[in-house]
Structure formats: C-alpha cells, structure tokens
Design a protein around this ligand. Structure first.
Ligand code: MD6
Ligand code: FE
Length: 217
C-alpha cells in the first residue's frame, strides 16, 4: 500500500480518541478494496446474529488475521475460522499491519482485523469493544466508501454522546482513556463516495486479542 498520505493532521476530540482525516490516499484505498475483492470468494461476508435473540445484524462481516470476531446465539468471541466455510481467516493485509505499527506504537502486531460492510440502511448500535485481553492495546479503525455518522459516548451506556463523520480514507483510534468508550454507527450517507462500485461502506478494525506478555491466553 502506498505510504503517501493526504494529510498528517491528527484530531483528538477527547483524550485517547484520535482521528486522521483522509490519511489513506485514493490509491491506497483502491488497493485495499482490490485485496478484499480477491479474498471474498474464499472468505465471504456473512450475516452474524445477536447473542440470545438470534436477531441478524444489519451489517455483514468477515475477518482477516489469526483470530476473527464472531457473534452468534451463544455469544461474542474470537475464533480462528470462518463460521460458514470452516477455513482459517486470510492474513491481515501487509499495508494494514504497517499502519498499525506506525500509528499505535504498540509493541505487538494486530491479531484480528474485523471487516464490517454497511449497505445503505445498515447501522451499528452503541457498544464497547471488550472481548480483547490487553486493554492497553488500542483499536484502530479504517473507513472506506460512503461516509458514516460515528457516535462516541462515554464509559457508561447512559450519558452524553457526540457524533462526527468518518469519510473514506479516514483512520480513527480508540485507545488509552477512550479504549472502552461506547460507540456506534448511526447511519451511513449513501452516494457520498465512488470507491465501492455498488456503494456502501467498509470498516476495518484492527485489534490485539491476546496479551503479548503471556504465552498462553
Ligand atoms: C464502524 N466501528 O466504524 C464501527 N470499534 O463501522 C467500531 O465499532 C469501532 O471504529 C472500536 C474502535 C473503533 C471503531
Ligand atoms: Fe467497535
């Protein structure tokens, strides 16, 4: 992936929440989409379901890396295989691993890269990312395609929230005191990007899942 960046402007709306608007060039975005396209036959998007209720998510998902985040009636967890194909997840694209190393400064590589696909009506409810062991590792998020309205709350579900837009090529991090902030996607703005032929939005989140300081966890 090209290292060329449109801007090195870093925004930090609250401590630990960092946004790099337009960090990925159009060329880098197209390269990522091409990589995902190549993988899609053997690593298809699937529709996960909510724990207990079995209600389908409006977002479809797949993963890259040693571990992938999955949800079904039995709960949320990380698994090394695709729930529908039974295959190991493909590796995290090199460009994304380099981005993680450059932006997080974390001393171990990411183990999971969750890919979320949003059609025109998809959204994601307010949630915390807390299925990972090392909470000192941030979660790094890359947005591709249509712009999304991202909602950022506090450390409790109730309480005040703010929202901001995430456009194609924007990179965002929840780390430090923001690592467990509630967040979600209110909606996407269809037709705001030409990156994906059929429209919609892709979001990638890179995570460290196991504690690098411990051999077996
Ligand atoms: C999304 N993002 O942008 C959903 N999680 O589609 C997330 O859930 C998220 O952007 C943890 C850290 C950053 C994120
Ligand atoms: Fe999240």
């Amino acid at each position: 992936m090209s290292k060329k960046t449109a801007t090195l402007n870093t925004l930090e709306p609250v401590p630990g929440t960092k946004v790099w608007p337009g960090l990925l060039s159009r060329e880098a975005q197209e390269e990522l989409v091409a990589t995902f396209r190549e993988q899609i036959a053997e690593n298809p998007l699937y529709q996960p379901t909510m724990p207990k209720t079995g209600k389908p998510f409006s977002v479809s998902m797949t993963n890259f890396g040693d571990l992938g985040w999955v949800s079904d009636r039995t709960g949320y967890r990380y698994e090394d295989r695709h729930p529908a194909t039974g295959r190991l997840w493909p590796p995290i694209p090199e460009g994304l691993r380099a981005l993680w190393a450059g932006l997080t400064g974390y001393d171990a590589p990411p183990e999971a890269c969750l890919l979320n696909y949003y059609g025109p009506h998809a959204k994601m409810g307010l949630h915390q990312d807390r299925d990972e062991k090392p909470l000192d590792a941030p979660v790094l998020s890359i947005s591709l395609g249509d712009t999304a309205i991202f909602r950022l709350g506090g450390l409790e579900r109730k309480g005040t929230t703010q929202s901001f837009k995430l456009a194609s090529g924007d990179v965002m991090m929840l780390g430090g005191p923001s690592r467990l902030r509630f967040h979600g996607i209110d909606r996407i703005l269809p037709g705001t990007s030409t990156l994906l032929e059929k429209g919609g939005r892709l979001n990638l989140t890179l995570r460290r899942v196991t504690d690098p300081a411990r051999a077996n966890n």
